[in-house]
Design a protein around this ligand. Structure first.
Ligand SMILES: [Zn+2]
Length: 152
């Protein structure tokens, strides 16, 4: 069931997703190190023209894992087989939470579906150093160091 809409957490932020939101962090460990699949956000969305994870509002009674996979499939097109769930990092703001669902992919895959939520730079497999050098969505930037440490 749909739970799209704006709400406020107890920290006073305005958030999208009445019952919380989730994003999918796909990691790939290749010969040149670990890469992360990030989405360039369209200027038409909240905090546009920044980089973040594909994701969005959870539905009622939808798990973070199901929601993150559903949103990523909508925004990226079909995900490859063989994804392994590593962990789910929950950033609980009180009355609202953002879950980062971390999965490992056996390969780099093309994610070239450019829906309206995706900016002109599309999707990219970035290293941690590259992520440190691009403009990040404020919410993603706030949780990224803790997520990175969790999965190190
Ligand atoms: Zn908040």
């Amino acid at each position: 069931m749909d739970a799209d809409g704006w709400t406020h957490c107890s920290l006073g932020h305005r958030h999208w997703g009445l019952v919380g939101a989730a994003g999918l962090l796909v990691v790939h460990d290749g010969p040149d190190g670990r890469r992360f699949l990030l989405q360039h956000r369209s200027v038409d969305v909240h905090h546009g023209d920044t980089w973040a994870l594909p994701g969005g509002a959870l539905g009622h009674d939808e798990s973070a894992e199901d929601g993150a996979l559903r949103e990523a499939t909508e925004e990226l097109a079909d995900l490859p087989a063989g994804l392994v769930h590593l962990t789910t990092f929950v950033d609980d703001h009180g009355g609202w939470a953002y879950s980062t669902v971390v999965v490992r992919s056996p390969r780099l895959f093309a994610a070239d579906d450019h829906g309206w939520e995706t900016g002109p730079e599309g999707f990219a497999w970035l290293t941690a150093d590259e992520i440190a050098a691009v403009p990040l969505h404020a919410g993603f930037a706030a949780t990224w160091p803790a997520v990175l440490e969790t999965i190190a």
